[in-house]
Design a protein around this ligand. Structure first.
Ligand SMILES: Cc1cc2nc3c(=O)[nH]c(=O)nc-3n(C[C@H](O)[C@H](O)[C@H](O)COP(=O)(O)O)c2cc1C
Length: 200
């Protein structure tokens, strides 16, 4: 039996990321949970941002941003950048976060993040509460230490976090299966597990 609830934004769990943006004179960080992928080739993502956020204006004016994935040791900064506005504090400075220069966009990348996605806005869809910035991912940068000896990027080693119903969660400790495992041949599964164990 289920109990009916008021229609709402109950989709969980969600990603949580730090988005960096800049407007020519200053830069800023905003925590975003309303993000996702909407096309594979070209790679298209979105971030939904309330008009009232300082970052909204910066992304609107520059047409650019960087999605920085966040890890277990970035939870405090992630929360802080989601409760404080760049109008009142310099979040880079208060959190002691270092910038890295992006290749294409002017917004800085977060050095501490294991993966940075440079994004160029293609379209803005206005909704009553949030504007959806639809953007092409034009460059991707992965932490060197996360590449294995065969050159594969091992994001499973990065200790990424997610956000669910008001709480931050680590993903690392309870892997329940990987993409396609439900139809994988036993031989392939064993080989994959062996490879994974080697990487840990
Ligand atoms: C976990 C979490 C997720 C959030 N997700 C969003 C989001 O998807 N869109 C949004 O507009 N604000 C979101 N916020 C709120 C903004 O991050 C927050 O209002 C921030 O202080 C805005 O900063 P700014 O004014 O410097 O841009 C989120 C906050 C938290 C803590």
């Amino acid at each position: 039996m289920k109990k009916s609830m008021k229609p709402g934004t109950m989709l969980n769990p969600l990603p949580v990321v730090l988005v960096s943006c800049a407007d020519g004179t200053e830069d800023n960080l905003i925590t975003i949970a309303w993000t996702g992928i909407i096309n594979s080739n070209p790679p298209i993502t979105y971030v939904s941002v309330r008009k009232s956020r300082k970052s909204h204006k910066m992304i609107e004016n520059s047409g650019e941003f960087v999605i920085n994935l966040v890890t277990e040791d970035m939870v405090r900064e992630t929360d802080f950048c989601g409760v404080k506005s760049g109008r009142d504090v310099n979040k880079f400075q208060v959190c002691g976060l270092e910038r890295e220069k992006a290749d294409i966009v002017k917004a800085p990348m977060l050095a501490k993040s294991p993966l940075n996605l440079e994004c160029v806005v293609k379209e803005v869809k206005e909704f009553p509460s949030h504007d959806m910035f639809i953007a092409e991912i034009v460059a991707v940068h992965g932490e060197e230490g996360l590449f294995d000896e065969r050159g594969r990027f091992c994001l499973d080693r990065a200790n990424l976090i997610s956000y669910s119903h008001g709480e931050y969660f680590g993903l690392k400790r309870h892997p329940l299966g990987s993409f396609g495992y439900s139809i994988m041949k036993p031989k392939t599964r064993k080989r994959r597990n062996r490879e994974k164990m080697k990487r840990r």
